[in-house]
Design a protein around this ligand. Sequence first.
Ligand code: ADP
Ligand code: MG
Ligand code: ZN
Length: 417
Amino acid sequence: SPGLEAEKYRVLKEAFGFEAFRPGQERVIDALLAGRDVLAVMPTGAGKSLCYQVPALVMGGLAIVISPLIALMQDQVAGLLLDGVQAEAIHSAKTREENVASWRRVASGEAKLLYLAPERLMTGRMLSALSRLPVSLIAIDEAHCISQWGHSFRAEYLALGNAHEALPRARLVALTATADETTQADILQKLFSGRAEKFVAGFDRPNISIAVQDKRDVGQAIESYVKARPGMSGVVYRLSRKKVDETTARLQAAGVKALAYHAGMDAGDRATAQEAFLAEPGVVMVATVAFGMGIDKSDVRFVLHGDAPGSLEAYYQEIGRAGRDGEPAEALMFYGLEDIRTRRRFIDEEDSAPERKRMEAQRLDALVGFCETTACRRQTLLSYFGETSGPCGNCDTCLDPPEVIDGTEEARLLLQL
Ligand code: ADP
Ligand code: MG
Ligand code: ZN
């Protein structure tokens, strides 16, 4: 529903301070919000926690998270509290008094998430206490622990097979990074009696070529690029409304079927532009990040970033609008340090906690690293999301390897002179 959709983005932004979902996250979240159970297989670092933390807050009620390691639970609870999300953990490393205090905050409805070790959930007392609470979601992290096929079988996990029966109104999600086909089938059978949607995230979109170029005379560069691709549908992202309007006018003057899209336009004009983009061939949409959410057009041939995106998460999501038909498509970013300075200023001027600013600065550093890498561009992007791959052969650094200047050698020569 549109309400849940908006709520999902609000929670992502306000509770967690992220501006875009990472690849794979949204599919899992949407399925849960639509009332389905999910087994998600996503690489380490992909962001599996958010796949249950966001639905937990959107659904309301109590979410139970099963985790095999006390240290993991403690980390997550500490992280959530920093984000202002009430979470509790009950486990054997806490005193009885501490666990009782945690339980009180769970029973009163104050806590939104409860982290439990598997053997704690499956006691009769815990289950009957929980059955009197509005449990909306059960998340089983490191779900491969239930399988003897997996590399780290935990006998306590086996009992979780009955969790769904004990709390039948709750949605169930199981997450793992390391499950081959056999292990996946085993998890499905043991936790879901076979009835769940399975998502195995592979993040690569090999038909999209990826390139980054120095940003110089960007107005001219955009015009030349688009004119060299007549009749193709594409998206040109710009940072500000003003730049969107300028670029649109310039492309139109050059005879391109370009339309503008940004949040400063009235809703009617935005809808008209969006419909034209979807229905007519060869429309180039010049837009801020306001454009794209939920747009499903299969034959977008290029996504051009006239300005640096906000993060690699945002970048991946934005270029992912190209080439959904599987045919060759292009992603090109114009990269200039001035944009990065602007982004840094945005972060500095933000009215948010230091911890959050630090995280945002780190994400910006990752974007800079991607733009300046001399290694395969796609490999760099995918590894940021936890996926390992070889050189792709379809990015600028693979096709035209940059000359690497050995700075130390140069310095040595200079010192010798
Ligand atoms: P996993 O459990 O899949 O290994 P985590 O849930 O621990 O991954 O998340 C890994 C990192 O990714 C965390 O630092 C988290 O804050 C970050 N992260 C998750 N989702 C997003 C997002 N949508 N945007 C930016 N960072 C994210
Ligand atoms: Mg994890
Ligand atoms: Zn490559």
